[in-house]
Write a protein that binds this ligand. Structure first.
Ligand code: MF3
Ligand code: CO
Length: 248
């Protein structure tokens, strides 16, 4: 459980898992360009993960069929990689998870494909900044919902909406552990944060309505109004005076 504190030894393994995730995302950012299919990104990702002696965390998770999630434009999360080529102007959320020596790490970024319109740029930048502000609250003595409120207030202050149906989570020996980390909620609620807690902080922010729906593939989550959505995620350790991001 994420509410259980990890030992220094466990944190060291999670740092190594985080480095694999960070290296993979950096690599995928160079590969995500016009003409490349998301399926191609998935193949590259699985090869990369295995070359590092790790395993893809998502593949087979409740039957999920791929190693990464790729959520394009109105895609919110859990997009299954497919044969559609990325096009100039798209935004694509790439979410990756690995298991290394028994421990998980999970992170996501939204990449711009070539030049994107101004509204999409604002959405992507605001989502990254909302995550940054949430992470900044991952410090001993704060309450869990201080993270949530930091994300929500920044996103809504910029005129965007926060997805409520999916949330961040504890992470460690399992991909998803307690506690849930919502991206909305009044500050000062929930468990007190303590050094050694390990969290995946992951805002999903929409340009229009917060409402989402799932495609018939059973996974791909898209916005109800088909306006765009962005997603960023980091694996973070709660620290005594500062958070530690292990997937940067
Ligand atoms: N980062 C996402 C999450 O925490 C990825 C899960 S994809 C799944 O929910 F296939 F593993 F479910
Ligand atoms: Co996650």
């Amino acid at each position: 459980m994420g509410l259980e504190l990890k030992t220094p030894k466990e944190l060291e393994i999670m740092r190594r898992a985080g480095r694999v995730v960070a290296g993979l995302l950096r690599f995928l950012e160079t590969q995500a360009r016009p003409g490349v299919t998301t399926k191609r990104l998935d193949v590259l990702a699985e090869d990369f993960i295995r070359s590092q002696g790790a395993e893809p965390a998502f593949k087979g998770y409740y039957g999920y069929p791929a190693s990464i999630c790729t959520s394009v434009n109105e895609g919110v999360v859990h997009g299954i990689p497919n044969d559609r080529a990325l096009e100039e102007g798209d935004i694509v959320g790439v979410d990756v998870g690995v298991k290394l020596d028994g421990y998980y790490s999970d992170a996501a970024r939204t990449f711009a494909i070539g030049e994107i319109d101004k509204e999409s740029r604002r959405l992507v930048d605001a989502t990254r900044e909302a995550m940054r502000r949430g992470i900044a609250k991952a410090v001993e003595g704060n309450r869990l919902s201080d993270i949530s409120w930091a994300v929500q207030s920044y996103a809504e202050g910029n005129g965007f909406s926060v997805v409520r149906q999916y949330v961040g989570h504890g992470i460690g020996r399992n991909l998803h552990e307690e506690p849930q980390v919502p991206n909305f909620g009044r500050p000062g609620q929930g468990p007190r944060l303590v050094e050694g807690m390990t969290l995946a902080i992951e805002p999903m922010i929409n340009a229009g309505t917060e409402e989402v729906e799932t495609l018939l593939d059973g996974w791909t989550v898209i916005t109800k109004d088909r306006r765009r959505s962005a997603h960023f995620e980091q694996t973070v350790f709660v620290g005594k005076t500062a958070p530690e991001i292990v997937t940067e």
